[in-house]
Design a protein around this ligand. Structure first.
Ligand SMILES: *[C@@H]1O[C@H](CO)[C@@H](O)[C@H](O)[C@H]1NC(C)=O
Ligand SMILES: *[C@@H]1O[C@H](CO)[C@@H](O)[C@H](O)[C@H]1NC(C)=O
Length: 584
């Protein structure tokens, strides 16, 4: 639980966040005194006159719920309390009486929390008492996290599934349907939605103290069924993701669970919502979604017609997620619930970018994976002695492998320690490759066959540099004239490859990179045609990287003083390869 925040004054935080919505969405305005975000009346048309207004809200800290869902196709207004506390009845009354159109009636949707139900309920009663405005209220309690026995009189709470109810109701209202229909379909959606959450930690409320006695914080447990205000769930356990998801799905779906079985999810059409409670990385939420979808199919035969994954209802920066299922049933008013979910809306808080047509097309086409990579390389007529080349290359690769501990040690001083292992992995893979698929004696064919091995086994910056270099080498050798591949031919091709490499990296000799060993080798080979002399030049240059300051690559950030004592690991590793080539 991180208790560090950019804004620590909770009052300021809530009002600034509401204000921000008016900056990012010109559709909405803010009644700052009553913390109401509402749809601006349309200056020209009477569109909004023709629809039922929908109001929701609750404590702050659940963004983008609810103020982020105000706009065409969803809410007419949202009323915000302070963090995790219901707005007052007076705030809600203001919203009903002065911030929305009332001609077609008003639907108020709240989650099943005592404060919200009382305050929104009181405002609804007042508005009704004032007369003239038909007002309906729907209470959502989708959470199955706490079973009947334990929940007792508290009942089921509302969590992320509420957003599905708001979307369905908002879309139906936008179609101009009457209040009784909108309220009935909202209730139907609420009655057919089940959700459950799980969190690794409690959240910290800005401006409040830290609970020094938080057992969850200090354990590896996950709290299953935790509410969106840190409320306890059904229990804590140490579970990996598959086991956690299995438990959550059982709580949602197991009809044999007498304590739950709130909704019998039997529809052909089920909508899945995987919701980020605010602090899960987008990457991790993707992994969670994949697990949920796989288990739904494997264990329950449920293949959702829509899968929504994103941040819909948070608990501040909660390190958790919730899973909601909507069992799609006949609305009885001639409109499908899924169509209502698909209907366009202009609000930032409803993130469903994929259109109905795209879902329904169920396109399963893929591109043919064969991009020609496996194709035979045409012989070039540039000859080498296959047996000799194999011996020399093997010796060079073994020299790289033998140098691994040394290179690793250098890289531990000046880098992140993985250079030696990376080179060794590449060298081992090439060795295996030339054993399985012996060199042919055609320079182009042989270098080309090694390129994919390097590409697939060496990663990071140096892997990319080697891959570019070798690809360029294949190209350069191919343009050489047929005949024996003399040291001069190799040197000319290597020189071209250096030029190609220099187009993709600013590294030049003196920058403390593998280039420090590469350039002298190529240069001396071109001048003398002697591999031994070239290898010695590379070794000398690699040694001279000691004391050079890095100007590129990760070494720059890692910094430290070690660069004075050790050579650049990449340059050193490459010089070992050249030494091996030369038999030194
Ligand atoms: C809301 O909670 C109350 C108890 O406070 C419970 O009786 C009721 O069934 C719950 N409503 C919903 C819709 O879950
Ligand atoms: C759920 O629905 C299925 C199929 O309609 C039915 O066989 C099953 O008995 C139902 N379960 C419960 C607990 O109602």
């Amino acid at each position: 639980m991180s208790s560090k925040h950019f804004i620590n004054d909770p009052t300021h935080l809530v009002s600034q966040a509401l204000h921000a919505l008016t900056l990012t969405n010109p559709n909405v305005a803010l009644d700052a005194a009553h913390k109401i975000i509402y749809r601006r009346p349309s200056p020209s048309s009477s569109d909004q006159q023709q629809q039922v207004s929908i109001i929701s809200g609750g404590g702050s800290g659940h963004e983008p719920s609810f103020a982020g869902m105000v706009g065409p196709g969803m809410l007419s207004a949202a009323v915000a309390g302070t963090i995790f506390a219901s707005p007052s009845a007076e705030q809600v009354r203001r919203a009903i009486t002065s911030r929305v159109d009332r001609g077609r009636g008003v639907l108020v949707v709240v989650m099943n929390y005592t404060g919200d139900v009382l305050n929104f309920g009181m405002a609804v009663e007042k508005a009704r008492a004032a007369g003239g405005v038909p007002v309906e209220m729907v209470v959502v309690g989708d959470d199955v996290g706490v079973g009947r026995a334990k929940a007792g009189k508290v009942g089921r709470r509302g969590i992320a599934g509420t957003v599905l109810v708001l979307k369905v109701a908002g879309a139906l209202a936008a179609l101009g349907r009457p209040l009784d229909e909108v309220a009935a379909v909202a209730r139907l959606a609420a009655d057919n939605t089940v959700s459950v959450g799980a969190s690794l930690e409690h959240v910290h409320v800005p401006g409040r103290g830290v609970d020094a006695d938080d057992k969850l914080r200090d354990s590896d447990d996950v709290e299953i069924g935790m509410g969106i205000h840190n409320e306890p769930g059904s229990g804590r356990a140490k579970k990996d993701l598959p086991a956690l998801v299995a438990t959550m799905l059982a709580q949602l779906l197991d009809q044999g669970d007498a304590d739950r079985a709130f909704v019998n999810v039997t529809s052909n059409e089920v909508v899945l919502l995987v919701n980020n409670l605010g602090g899960v990385s987008v990457l991790e939420l993707g992994g969670i979604t994949a697990e949920v979808v796989a288990q739904l199919a494997d264990k329950y035969g449920i293949r959702p017609v829509r899968i929504l994954s994103g941040t819909f209802m948070t608990s501040l920066n909660g390190l958790g997620f919730s899973v909601s299922l909507l069992n799609v049933v006949n609305t009885g008013v001639g409109v499908n619930m899924v169509d209502l979910l698909d209907a366009p809306s202009e609000v930032a808080g409803w993130a469903a970018p994929v259109r109905k047509e795209t879902w329904e097309a169920r396109n399963t086409a893929t591109r043919d994976a064969d991009d020609g990579a496996g194709q035979e390389v045409q012989p070039s007529g540039l000859k080498t002695d296959a047996a000799a080349a194999t011996t020399v290359l093997t010796r060079a690769l073994e020299s790289v492998i033998a140098a691994e501990p040394e290179v690793t040690r250098y890289d531990t001083v000046v880098g992140d320690g993985d250079c030696g292992i990376g080179l060794k992995r590449g060298a081992q893979a090439i060795l295996k490759h030339i054993k399985d698929k012996p060199l042919t004696g055609d320079a182009v064919v042989d270098v080309a066959s090694i390129v994919p091995v390097v590409e697939n086994t060496m990663d990071g910056t140096s892997g990319a540099l080697y891959a570019i270099f070798l690809n360029a080498l294949v190209h350069a050798l191919r343009t050489a004239s047929a005949g024996d591949a003399s040291p001069q031919v190799w040197a000319a091709a290597l020189k071209q490859s250096c030029d190609a490499l220099s187009r993709y990296t600013p590294a030049r000799p003196g920058d403390r990179t593998l280039v420090d060993a590469l350039y002298p080798f190529v240069e001396v080979l071109g001048q003398t045609g002697d591999v031994r002399e070239a290898a010695s030049a590379a070794r000398k240059a690699a040694d001279e990287t000691k004391g050079m300051q890095a100007s590129l690559g990760r070494t720059v950030y890692v910094g430290g003083s070690g660069y004075e004592e050790v050579p650049d690991p990449g340059a050193w590793g490459l010089s070992c390869f050249f030494q091996g080539l030369a038999g030194q």
